[in-house]
Write a protein that binds this ligand. Sequence first.
Ligand code: LLP
Length: 382
Amino acid sequence: MTDKNDAEKFRDLPTPFYFYDLDILNATLNTLKKESQNSGYKIHYAIKANPNPRILKIIASYGFGADCVSWNEIDASIEAGFDPSEIVFAGVGKTDKEIDAAIKANIFCFNCESIAEIEVINHLAAKLNRTVRIALRINPLIEAHTHKYITTGIEESKFGIYTWELEDVFKKMARLKNLTFSGLHFHVGSQITRMSVFRSLCTHINELQEWFSARNIDIKTINVGGGLGIDYENPEKSPMFAEYFTLIHEIIDLRPGQEIHLEPGRSVVGQCGTLISRVLYIKNGSNTQFAIIDAGMTDLIRPALYQAHHKIENLSSKGNIYRYDVVGPVCESSDTFAKFIELPETRRGNIIAIRSVGAYGEAMASRYNLRDLPRAVFSDEI
Ligand code: LLP
């Protein structure tokens, strides 16, 4: 959590940096563990949301699995203590080298996105004289009602296999001897705040189960993916794990021996991170004042890329309220964190907190303009 007292705490630290509140992270992980144990669901944390090594170690210590989208993510998860037998590997463009390394690492399952990929995995498994577990990522054609860049299960999405291809996929898979079919995988998008989206997905899963049972194809794992959104307007609010799990439990018609798997990312780490920055200059615009801070889109690209909203606070000032455009130093007009927002009178040197950035913040930082990558500071270090 950040509050006015933190301005003092952060005063002598060089900015910008990601501040991670470990109390929030542990509280979220405890809730997730409790809820997943109650429901019997297997959790694979989506590494892409935040692969900071210390964060990974903490998450691994709770006994969760990992959802990875590159060999480097698999390698980092194993290094952090995740058990390879709890790692799933997704992505539309797995390279031969990545597939080879993942087979050798004995991961739990490949979440496959096309017949072409399935054939390559079979070929590489045969070369190693191995049989590997695969799940089929299905495109369920469900609108996620989120930003279009993070919508992944509609007709024009590059992800997954259409249900009308399944007949053909199973015909081809019958010839592939180095694969074991484990089950189905879905992921319709990210930052989903309407529970009705998950309700539609679960209903679709029930319908699909009929297709499989009519053909006597056994489904062991049903991976519902990630996507549960967080409340960016209220950074203190915890994610709605209980409601989400209850919905899945109530709708999906599990058959004997089947397991539900989930891949939450944002909901696990989103609220524990804050980007701490300093005001460099206040500058008058024609209709607004610019608060130019030392963090930019290279540190946090979400507002520029998805027009994402993050709550912004001035931790140093208790002055009168004025309106500001909060912008970074990068040479792009999209390097804007918020427009015309209310802040207490803001001056050079004030500490600015950009909230709810634990997911897809540090993970997406770049060195554009040859800027330094942001550092990470943990709450037990200061
Ligand atoms: N599983 C799969 C197959 C995924 O593609 C993703 C996220 C997840 C799980 C985790 O989803 P989550 O629970 O975090 O919503 N950079 C964007 C988000 C991209 C999400 C990509 N896939 C952002 O900053 O909003």
